[in-house]
Design a protein around this ligand. Structure first.
Ligand code: S3P
Length: 161
């Protein structure tokens, strides 16, 4: 089996679903944000504050490509990993891409009290609305599209399988 790559906006449940999916398939789970934190030696908010978003995106692209050479696995990515065309091409070439979605209302509810995502600083609801509009269609390249709104973890994992 090759790599299964989960993409989707922040709060769509990529990590939770990825862990459960990998477990149900008996394959490894790796998380791109986690790899970035390990490589950088600091948290994502710290990384953004110290070096800026472009530095984060470079690291994200490099580690995405590296991790995908270590399959089979379920790889969960950060919501912005699809923003570079080169990353999309790497994902399509090296695995099966699954996009998770949730309604705007559900995303705002899930992310309301989050402090770990620098792009949401300054007002979660407004930032979610703005970024969702900016990223409209960004996840459409994935051949498998799953709406998680109102679904249990089990239902989402079963649907993907
Ligand atoms: C980001 C999403 C985050 C993380 C970083 C940037 C984004 O990951 O990579 O804060 O640009 O959408 P999650 O989607 O896991 O929250």
């Amino acid at each position: 089996m090759k790599n299964l790559i989960l993409v989707g906006f922040m709060g769509t449940g990529k990590t939770t679903v990825g862990v459960a999916l990998a477990d149900s398939l008996g394959i490894a789970h790796n998380d791109l944000d986690h790899a970035i934190i390990e490589e950088a030696g600091c948290s994502i908010p710290e990384l953004f504050a110290r070096h800026g978003e472009a530095y984060f995106r470079d690291l994200e692209s490099r580690l995405l490509s590296q991790l995908l050479d270590n399959g089979p696995q379920v790889l969960t990515t950060g919501g912005g990993a699809v923003l570079r065309r080169q990353n999309v091409e790497v994902m399509l070439a090296k695995g099966t891409v699954i996009a998770l979605h949730a309604s705007e209302e559900e995303l705002i509810r899930r992310l309301e009290n989050d402090t770990s995502r620098p792009l949401l600083a300054g007002g979660v609801a407004e930032r979610v609305r703005t970024l969702l509009a900016e990223r409209a269609g960004a996840y459409d390249f994935a051949p498998i599209q799953v709406d998680t709104t109102g679904k249990s973890l089990r239902a989402v994992v079963d649907e993907i399988r």
